[in-house]
Design a protein around this ligand. Structure first.
Ligand code: 6PG
Length: 492
C-alpha cells in the first residue's frame, strides 16, 4: 500500500466527519478510521464518496496510508480512550511522527501525554477545536499546544481549515507548550458557560419582569446582535426565541429547565480555586447549571418556599414604554459590563496558569483565535486583541483604556439592572457576582482588615499594618488570655 494521505483521522462522529470533509475541501487527502468499521464504510460510501478520503479498517492500515512525517488526529471522547489509542498507535509510528488530540481533553492529561511521547520521539499536540458541527465543516477556531516541534508540519493544514477573522487572519495559532492549547479551550468553554448564563438572566428579566413575548425578545436580541454585544450566542438566542413548536407556541418554553454540562466549566472553576483566581462569573454559571439540574428538588422547594410577592410571575405589571426602554438600555449595559468582567477574569486565570505551569501565552493571539469559528465569537474580541497588542504586559483587561471607560460609564446602569432583578425576585447570579467582583476589584481598601483581625483573634494568624512596611507581621492578645505565640503565616 503506498502512502498517499496527508493526515489520518480517528473517530468518525459528527466533529470528526466534518473536519475530514473540511480538510479535503482544502486539498488534503485524508485516511480515516473508526472503531466500528461500519461507520467508516458508511462515511466512505456516503459524504466522502468521490473524494480523496480513504477508509482504513485497522490502525496498521491507517498508518500505512500516511505520508511521512505521519500526522494522526484523534477525534474521540476525552479520557481513557485517548490513552488507549495512543498506546496502540505508538508502536506503529516512528520518531518525528505526530499524534494530535482534538477532543476536549483535560489539560493535565495533555501535559502528561506530551511528556511521555516526547521521551519516545513522537510529537504530541493537544488542541482545542471549537465551533460545533457547522464550525468543523466550514471553519472552526483551533487552539493547538503541546510539542512545538510538530507545529510547522501541522500549521498549514490547521490554518487552512480554520475560520478566518474579518481581516482574513486564521482563527488558529500556536498557543504554547504541553497542555496550554487544551487549557485555553477549557477556559473558552467556561467563558461560553458565562456568556450563556448572562443571556438567560436577561431573558428571564425580559420575560418575567417586563412581560415581553417571544417575538419582542427575539427582536431585541437581534438588535443587540447589531451593536456591541454582537456575537454568535446572542444571534442564536434570537433564533431560538423565534422557533415555534408544532402547536405554534414558542418551543423554548417546552424545554425542560435543566442544563447539562460535560466538565470543562467545572475544571476551570476547580483550577481557578487552586490558583487563587476569582473567576466568579464562570463559577456562578457552573453552579447555576448544577442547581438547574436539581429539578425535582426545586419543584418540592417551590411548593414550600414559593415565589413571594413582587417576585417573577406576579411582577409583569404594566411598565410604560419609556420606562421599558430605559430598563432595557440598563440591561444591555449590564450584560455588556458583566461580559467584559468575565473575560477579564478568564484572562487573569490565563496569566496565573501560564506562570504556574510554565507556559508562554500570547493573550492577544488567544483573543484573536476566538474572533471567528468558535462558540464565543463576538465583535468585542478584537478589542481584547488590541488591548493586549497596545500593552502586552497589561495586568488586567479592566485596566485597559478601551474597557475602563466603558466600565465606568456602565456601572450605574449595571447596578440598577441588578437591583431591579433582585427586587423582582429574579436570580441573577452571573450579573450580580460580576458586579460585586468589579466593585471589589476597584476598591483600594476592602473590609478584609476585619477578617484578618478575626483570624488573628481566634487563631493567632497575625496581621500586617497599614502604618508599617509589608512583610512585618503583628499579633494582638485580643482577649488578654491568649499568649503571644503565633501560628505560621503560610498562605494556601
Ligand atoms: C465548542 C463547544 C463544545 C461543547 C462543549 C461544552 O467550543 O464547540 O464549547 O466544545 O459544546 O461540549 O459543553 P457542555 O455545555 O456540554 O459542557
Amino acid at each position: 500500500m503506498s502512502a498517499k494521505a496527508d493526515i489520518g483521522l480517528i473517530g468518525l462522529a459528527v466533529m470528526g466527519q466534518n473536519l475530514v470533509l473540511n480538510m479535503n475541501d482544502h486539498g488534503y487527502a485524508v485516511a480515516v478510521h473508526n472503531r466500528t468499521t461500519s461507520k467508516t464504510t458508511e462515511f466512505i460510501g456516503g459524504p466522502a464518496a468521490g473524494r480523496t478520503i480513504f477508509g482504513a479498517e485497522t490502525l496498521e492500515e491507517l498508518v500505512a496510508e500516511l505520508k511521512s512525517p505521519r500526522r494522526v488526529m484523534l477525534m474521540v471522547k476525552a479520557g481513557e480512550i485517548v490513552d488507549a489509542y495512543i498506546e496502540k498507535l505508538t508502536p506503529l509510528l516512528e520518531a518525528g511522527d505526530i499524534i494530535i488530540d482534538g477532543g476536549n481533553s483535560h489539560y493535565p492529561d495533555t501535559e502528561r501525554r506530551t511528556r511521555t511521547l516526547r521521551e519516545k520521539g513522537i510529537h504530541y499536540i493537544g488542541t482545542g477545536v471549537s465551533g460545533g458541527e457547522e464550525g468543523a465543516r466550514n471553519g472552526p477556531s483551533i487552539m493547538p499546544g503541546g510539542e512545538v516541534k510538530a507545529w510547522p508540519s501541522v500549521k498549514p493544514i490547521f490554518q487552512a481549515i480554520a475560520a478566518k477573522a474579518g481581516d482574513g487572519t486564521p482563527c488558529c495559532d500556536w498557543v504554547g507548550d504541553g497542555g496550554a492549547g487544551h487549557y485555553v479551550k477549557m477556559v473558552h468553554n467556561a467563558i461560553e458557560y458565562g456568556d450563556m448564563q448572562l443571556i438567560t438572566e436577561a431573558y428571564q428579566i425580559m420575560h418575567e419582569v417586563l412581560g415581553m413575548n417571544h417575538e419582542e425578545m427575539a427582536d431585541l436580541f437581534s438588535t443587540w446582535d447589531k451593536g456591541r454585544l454582537e456575537s454568535y450566542l446572542i444571534e442564536i438566542t434570537a433564533e431560538i426565541l423565534r422557533t415555534k413548536d408544532e402547536d405554534g407556541s414558542p418551543l423554548v418554553e417546552k424545554i425542560l429547565d435543566t442544563a447539562g454540562q460535560k466538565g470543562t466549566g467545572k475544571w476551570t472553576v476547580v483550577d481557578s480555586a487552586q490558583l487563587g483566581i476569582p473567576v466568579t462569573l464562570i463559577a456562578e454559571a457552573v453552579y447555576a447549571r448544577a442547581l438547574s439540574a436539581r429539578k425535582e428538588e426545586r419543584v418540592r422547594a417551590a411548593a414550600i418556599l414559593g415565589p413571594g410577592p413582587g417576585a417573577a410571575g406576579s411582577a409583569s405589571r404594566p411598565v410604560s414604554a419609556a420606562d421599558r426602554e430605559a430598563i432595557l438600555a440598563d440591561l444591555e449595559a449590564a450584560v455588556y459590563a458583566a461580559k467584559i468582567t468575565s473575560y477579564a477574569q478568564g484572562f487573569m486565570l490565563f496569566r496565573e496558569a501560564a506562570r504556574e505551569y510554565g507556559w508562554t501565552i500570547d493573550y492577544g493571539a488567544v483573543a484573536g483565535m476566538w474572533r471567528g469559528g468558535c462558540i464565543i465569537r463576538s465583535a468585542f474580541l478584537s478589542d481584547i486583541t488590541e488591548a493586549f497588542e497596545a500593552n502586552p504586559e497589561l495586568e488586567n483587561l479592566l485596566q485597559a483604556p478601551v474597557f475602563s471607560g466603558i466600565m465606568l460609564e456602565a456601572v450605574g446602569a449595571w447596578r440598577r439592572a441588578v437591583v431591579r432583578a433582585v427586587g423582582a425576585g429574579i436570580p441573577v447570579p452571573a450579573m450580580s457576582s460580576a458586579l460585586s467582583f468589579f466593585e471589589a476589584y476597584r476598591s483600594a481598601r476592602l473590609p478584609a482588615n476585619l477578617l484578618q483581625a478575626q483570624r488573628d483573634y481566634f487563631g493567632a494568624h497575625t496581621y500586617e499594618r497599614v502604618d508599617r512596611p509589608r512583610g512585618e507581621f503583628f499579633h494582638t492578645n485580643w482577649t488578654g488570655s491568649g499568649g503571644s505565640v503565633t501560628s505560621g503565616t503560610y498562605d494556601a
